[in-house]
Design a protein around this ligand. Structure first.
Ligand code: SF4
Ligand code: SF4
Length: 161
């Protein structure tokens, strides 16, 4: 399915999801990068060395969940928009966002699933859009737990008139 639609299968996702114990400890990155492509900025973006150094630039990133602090520094570094941070304690999801307008804290947005379908309304709780991110904002939204592994994009505008 991934090859045809770009949407990962549940097996693909199981392979990158930390176990329950790690999820309980706090925020952690999820790297949904499943194709061997010549790309490695995620490795260089991590200040905690939680992503293993690539032996080959085509390698798929390997994240050490215990070392990852969930700081989110890697999110905007990924040209494939494949990195997210989930926090199961605060029920938040941080994601990369490259469209305009960039939402603001307090806005209501639609949470979209990997197929682009609207699945849940969500409140924006934080937006980071520094110049160094080169127009990739990092938007954090609040969601019920059951949507943290489902929502992977947002639609901005419709719910704020
Ligand atoms: S969230 Fe922070 S600590 Fe975790 S992999 Fe990304 S940059 Fe590294
Ligand atoms: S930067 Fe993104 S697309 Fe590139 S290897 Fe890392 S996760 Fe994959």
């Amino acid at each position: 399915m991934l090859e045809k639609t770009g949407i990962p299968t549940s097996d693909d996702l199981k392979a990158i999801k930390p176990d329950k114990e790690r999820l309980k400890k706090g925020p952690v990155a999820l790297i949904e990068c499943f194709r061997k492509i010549p790309c490695d900025p995620c490795f260089y973006s991590c200040p905690f060395d939680a992503i293993d150094e690539f032996k080959d630039i085509n390698d798929i990133p390997n994240l050490d969940y215990e070392t990852c602090t969930g700081c989110g520094n890697c999110i905007a570094s990924c040209p494939g928009l494949a990195i997210f941070v989930v926090d199961y304690n605060k029920n938040t999801l941080s994601l990369p966002y490259e469209f305009l307008p960039v939402p603001e804290k307090g806005d209501l947005v639609w949470g979209l699933n990997r197929a682009g379908k609207k699945v849940k309304k969500a409140e924006v709780v934080r937006v980071k859009d520094p110049a160094k991110n080169d127009k990739t904002a990092v938007v954090t939204i609040k969601l019920p737990k059951e949507y943290l592994m489902e929502v992977r994009n947002i639609e901005v505008g419709e719910l704020n008139g």
